[in-house]
Design a protein around this ligand. Structure first.
Ligand code: SF4
Length: 342
């Protein structure tokens, strides 16, 4: 993985509805404010990476998008249709528009079903291939598409390796030709040795099939490789959003700067020379998020205003940033400290 590989889908028309548009999405579980007002948009055929530490709420966003959860407030629009309040029955006709690949294929595949039945299940449930013969043919095609032989349809998940099982999950997610794929940490439960091949597969499929993708991850190397846009989440809210180049090359939010500075680099010399920000403390509990800027308890440049006033996302030439100290030109603090050279 040396070069960035992003989608080659033709640009969407100006009036085309986004593949996904979240508006002020809120998801509370009792006192836990997991997601607190997230708005984002993914155009057809584009990949948006949603990044942040564990506990930031990014996986909860993914579960709201596929309606495994019904949001507390806000809207989830798939290709222009708000599905956030649809009943189970009404949701059925939108089910084929969006699929999800989970982190751990071992727990997301039913061990009692054959691979063929697992991959064919969406076709059966959505009436996309009611006849067995037709379904088997589509399942075989989907397995080949993810680099598996058609014959593995007869096997059970426990007879396969972790990497093969994740390929089965991807085949199941894509067999119904969704317009949007939610990939929730799709490689983080896999051996390091197979992570790159599964990531390459996702990148190839995304480019060839042209689906939009909400790529939820804390693996910043994967983001750099796969994403067109990046949105950074901290404690239930977005703190920065922009093109991959803008966020990686000129991060404006102190949290984004810290997150990027903590990602390991392949080259040990670059790693030694890079600027680091050491964040103190853990991410606070979403049950009782800090007032004002939620990052103020860990921000090296926090001021009095930050402890009381919530910073809204505002637009700069580098994308959108939620920090009181970043002005409309995108000029703000740089909390990275040059590393000591030997
Ligand atoms: S608003 Fe204040 S506390 Fe929040 S990131 Fe900006 S400087 Fe830090």
């Amino acid at each position: 993985m040396t070069e960035a590989m992003t989608s080659a889908a033709p640009e969407p028309a100006a009036d085309e509805p986004a593949a996904l548009e979240l508006t002020d999405l809120v998801m509370h579980f009792g006192p836990v404010r997991a997601v607190d007002g997230v708005s984002l948009r993914i155009e057809r055929g584009k990949v948006l990476a949603l990044v942040g530490e564990s506990g930031s709420g990014k996986s909860t966003v993914g579960r709201c998008v596929v309606r495994l959860l019904t949001p507390t407030a806000g809207t989830v629009a798939l290709a222009g249709t708000d599905v956030s309040r649809l009943s189970r029955r009404a949701l059925r006709s939108h089910r084929r528009d969006v699929s999800i690949v989970f982190q751990d294929p071992a727990s997301s595949l039913d061990p009692r079903l054959t691979v063929g039945d697992i991959v064919g299940e969406p076709l059966r449930l959505l009436d996309l291939a009611p006849r067995r013969q037709e379904r088997d043919a589509k399942v075989g095609d989907a397995l080949e598409q993810v680099g598996l032989r058609r014959q593995v349809a007869q096997r059970y998940p426990h007879e396969m390796s972790g990497g093969q099982r994740q390929r089965v999950s991807i085949a199941r997610a894509l067999v119904s030709s969704p317009r949007l794929l939610v990939a929730d940490e799709p490689t983080s439960a896999l051996d390091v040795s197979v992570q790159a091949s599964v990531l390459n597969l996702l990148a190839d499929l995304q480019r060839d099939l042209g689906f939009a993708c909400l790529f939820i991850t804390h693996d910043l190397a994967a983001v750099e490789y796969l994403a067109d846009e990046v949105a950074v989440m901290y404690l239930g809210r977005l703190v920065e959003q922009g093109t991959r180049e803008a966020v990686f090359d000129t991060p404006r939010h102190p949290y984004t700067q810290a997150l990027l500075s903590a990602a390991p680099l392949a080259d040990p010399r670059e790693q030694r020379a890079r600027q680091r920000v050491l964040l103190s403390g853990e991410i606070p509990s979403p049950t009782d998020p800090p007032p004002g800027c939620r990052f103020h308890t860990r921000c090296p440049v926090a001021q009095d205003r930050c402890r009381v006033e919530v910073p809204e996302l505002h637009t700069t030439p580098h994308g959108q940033v939620a920090c009181h100290l970043v002005d409309a030109d995108g000029v703000g603090p740089d909390v990275r400290i040059p590393a000591e050279r030997p």
